[in-house]
Write a protein that binds this ligand. Structure first.
Ligand code: SF4
Length: 589
């Protein structure tokens, strides 16, 4: 027998909705009551949450330019000095904030968010600290807010770099500088990022000025690190570097952007803007305003007496962009420590990073071809439309490839003007080929696959005895690449690779780890030198006698070829001496 009861009044669908919503309300109400009861029992007070929101920005306008100082920083003092010269040359008041120290790191922790990566604390705290110093000097807070702006690079991530801008603003607000302006140039923003009425005109003149100063800063920096360990008279390299940087600063300060002749502009009418744009590029490529200045610096460096027979392990620096660049507490003053410990430091140029960004955009275009939102591939028979799409794609890639080629050749022009002492930029396609099997080259953030790729590149090409990777604590991409490095090291048995996590604390521990790895690298360099002497049947005294008889070999510009399989400068020099001796005796017979 069936027990089913029959509802005398069948429900309409409107009634059912009403009942459903009443049940849902009751559930929500009971849930809320139960949550409050449990919170009361656990003693957890419900607080109102005020999330930080990007404040409405006060604009920095053209008419404020004469009374406003642009603050910037985060690089080496050499890069910053030239960027300063370029900004002043473009008509700005500018000041570089000093290299961040541990106090800046503490200020970053005090005023910023928890859980940030190390460079955020250092750089954000450094700005706050600098503004506090201005205040201590007697400049009223409001005047600092009104008359200074901070200018920095920005990105949308994917690592914490995307949060920097918000971090600056939050820390500034917490430190009492609410309303202080932070200007960003976006890494992916191209050559023109503002209108002409903006206080900071991020136009082609601005970008060419900044790129030229960064490139010259890179090469001057590398030349100084290449010569200092071998200088016979201590302090010569730094003295000449200081003088040369002062001189180059003046060259950048006095440089005026190329402009189209007024008469020609009138004649070209509507095409004058394009003509001026093209003219600036051609002037950059064909002009040689910087070359004679760099050659003068090269000649000054060439006065330094160097001893090429000093056996030094070459330590290539890699890691995260900021940690591998800064020359202060942010990486435990690692470069000066390495030099004191008897190493030759091979620094990382900012140019590699710029090339990497162009390279990644090219890869992205290739990967996304035909996958843009709303893209529809026309049917096969619509050949004209298909050809148009293909042409558009090829045009985009060709432009970027051109930018890549121009940047590389401009960089190498500077390397050559400074005597070819610094290295050429590592090829991005080769880096991608080397790094990709270990770290997907499409995984962005931080240095991406570069950390892994550079480790292989510098070890395999006999360019370094040891690779030291400086990675900030809390750095997401570096942590990922650390995992991949274990696979790399197991595949390349002779590699000496050391990752060091940089932070505001732990300098002694980091230095002692580096000392241990450096001990191995020193042994490697000594064995290589001994092998070179044995192979060439020369003694150190014979080599020294040859140098005295050929004093031109003491000059930094004297070229010593790189022997396959030989890393160190001293070992390569021994092979070179042997080759020269053999030539001389062949000529004598
Ligand atoms: S690369 Fe690492 S350290 Fe640098 S901003 Fe990104 S997360 Fe921070």
């Amino acid at each position: 027998m069936s027990t089913q009861t029959v509802d005398p009044k069948p429900q309409t669908s409107a009634n059912l909705v009403q009942i459903g919503s009443a049940i849902e309300d009751t559930i929500q109400q009971r849930l809320a009551e139960e949550r409050s009861r449990l919170e009361r029992e656990a003693g957890v007070a419900t607080r109102e949450v005020h999330h930080f929101k990007r404040p409405a920005e006060r604009h920095f306008t053209r008419d404020q330019r004469a009374q406003t100082t642009l603050l910037f920083g985060g690089l080496t003092w050499k890069h910053e000095k030239l960027v300063h010269g370029a900004l002043v040359g473009l008509g700005y008041r500018a000041e570089a904030v000093p290299t961040p120290n541990v106090k800046a790191f503490q200020a970053g922790k005090e005023y910023g968010n928890n859980g940030q990566c190390n460079p955020t604390y250092f750089t954000v705290g450094n700005l706050v600290q600098y503004l506090q110093t201005l205040e201590e000097q007697g400049i009223p807070k409001q005047e600092i807010i009104d008359r200074y702006v901070f200018f920095t690079a920005g990105a949308c991530g994917p690592c914490r770099f995307g949060m920097y801008e918000a971090e600056y603003r939050l820390a500034l607000r917490n430190a009492g500088f609410d309303g202080f302006r932070v200007l960003l140039f976006q890494q992916s923003g191209g050559l023109s990022q503002s209108d002409a009425e903006a206080g900071l005109e991020m136009n082609i003149d601005f970008f060419l000025g900044i790129l030229n100063s960064l490139n010259c800063g890179d090469v001057m920096n590398e030349v100084a690190y290449a010569l200092r360990p071998f200088e016979v008279n201590s302090g010569d390299t730094d003295r000449i570097l200081d003088e040369s940087m002062d001189y180059l600063h003046e060259v950048f300060r006095k440089k005026r952007p190329w402009k189209l002749d007024e008469g020609m502009g009138k004649y070209l009418g509507g095409f004058s803007d394009t003509a001026e744009y093209v003219g600036k590029f051609v002037n950059q490529l064909k002009g040689d305003e910087y070359v004679p200045a760099l050659e003068r610096c090269r000649d000054s460096f060439n006065h330094i007496d160097i001893d090429r027979l000093r056996v030094k392990p070459i330590v290539k620096i890699t890691g995260e962009f900021w940690a591998q660049t800064t020359e202060g507490d942010g990486n435990f003053n690692m470069f000066s420590f390495l030099e004191r410990e008897g190493a030759q430091v091979l620094v990382e140029p900012i140019g590699t990073w710029i090339m990497y960004m162009i390279h990644q955009v090219i890869q992205k275009y290739k990967d996304f071809k035909g996958l843009e939102e709303g893209a529809v591939l026309p049917p096969l028979w619509k050949l004209g439309t298909r050809a148009k799409i293909e042409f558009g794609f090829r045009q985009k890639v060709a432009k970027l490839k051109l930018a890549e080629a121009i940047f590389k050749s401009e960089y190498h022009k500077i390397v050559n003007a400074l005597g070819g002492i610094a290295h050429h930029l590592a090829d991005q396609y080769e880096l991608q080929r080397l790094g990709h099997p270990f770290y997907n080259s499409r995984a962005g953030g931080g240095e991406g696959h570069l950390e892994v790729a550079k480790n292989i590149y510098y070890s395999n090409k006999d360019l370094a005895h040891m690779v030291l990777s400086l990675k900030p604590f809390g750095c997401m991409p570096s942590t990922q690449s650390d995992g991949a490095q274990s696979a790399v090291v197991s595949g390349y048995k002779d590699m000496i690779y050391l990752p060091v996590e940089t932070s505001g604390e732990g300098e002694i521990n980091a230095h002692s780890r580096v000392q241990m790895a450096l001990g191995e690298a020193k042994n490697k360099a000594k064995k290589e030198f001994a092998a070179a002497l044995e192979e060439t049947h020369l003694t150190l005294d014979q080599c020294r006698a040859w140098v005295e008889a050929n004093p031109e070999s003491k000059r930094p510009l004297y070229r010593v070829p790189h022997q396959k399989g030989v890393v160190g400068g001293a070992a390569n020099f021994v092979h070179h001496i042997a080759a020269r001796m053999a030539n001389e005796s062949a000529r004598a017979n």
